[in-house]
Design a protein around this ligand. Structure first.
Ligand code: ZN
Length: 233
């Protein structure tokens, strides 16, 4: 009474098999070389796709999840295509047989989505760049406000670093507006420490951080004080 089909397949799911050895269609008698798609016809034998009334369907290989899901949705009739995997001792899904128009529809939908996603990326980019520019510009203004003696090119460099640090954050323009003197001072101090002293060289030579900082503190203070005092050029 029970027909032997792969376990765990819902009853309503039509399953098409790839034959492993050459066979013949029980209805039309056509030759079915290994790898042909067939539909079991109970005890009678196997049917070719035309005799199974599935000849009009197109094979869609597994792999593109969205395309598969949409093709299935748009297809009035569809079948799962499986192949026996001897090493794993089980049937493995190879793809779907669906109506060609369903694939066309699904492809169009996926294409539309891809466009939308690409458009989203494209439109987000100029906005991000504008935010970056705004951030850098306000940072430079804050630096030069607090350290008028800082060369503008250096202020730009410091602001660029700060912007990169903030680049993972949403609303950089908002972050820039909130820039307080302490944040600016820290950024300028770090720049001077790393770029205008031998601090990094000391660290790479294995000098303790506290020691290294102590030995360069005077130089950092001197530079920052000079930048604070100097008139804008
Ligand atoms: Zn046939």
């Amino acid at each position: 009474m029970t027909q032997k089909t792969p376990a765990a397949k819902p009853a309503e799911e039509l399953v098409v098999f790839l034959v492993r050895s050459a066979d013949k269609c029980v209805d039309c008698g056509c030759d079915l070389p290994p790898g042909s798609m067939i539909l079991p016809e109970g005890q009678r034998g196997i049917l070719c796709m035309d005799c199974a009334d599935l000849g009009h369907l197109e094979f869609l290989p597994s792999g593109d999840t969205a395309l598969t899901r949409r093709s299935k949705k748009h297809s009035g009739l569809w079948a799962v295509v499986v192949r026996w995997a001897p090493r794993r001792n089980r049937y493995e899904r190879q793809g779907l047989l669906v109506e060609p128009e369903a694939i066309d529809k699904a492809e169009a939908e996926c294409q539309a989505d891809a466009d939308k996603r690409a458009q989203k990326r494209e439109s987000a980019r100029p906005k991000r760049e504008a935010q970056d520019r705004e951030f850098v510009a306000s940072f430079i203004q804050r630096i030069l406000g607090l350290y008028p003696g800082c060369p503008p090119a250096t202020a730009e460099e410091i602001a660029g670093h700060a912007c990169q640090k903030h680049s993972g954050r949403v609303g950089r323009s908002a972050a820039a507006k909130e820039l307080d003197a302490k944040a600016v001072t820290l950024a300028v101090g770090a720049f001077v420490r790393h770029r205008r002293t031998n601090y990094d060289a000391l660290l790479s030579r294995g000098v303790d951080r506290h020691e290294a900082r102590a030995s360069i503190r005077a130089k950092v203070d001197e530079t920052m004080e000079a930048w604070q005092r100097a008139k804008p050029r």
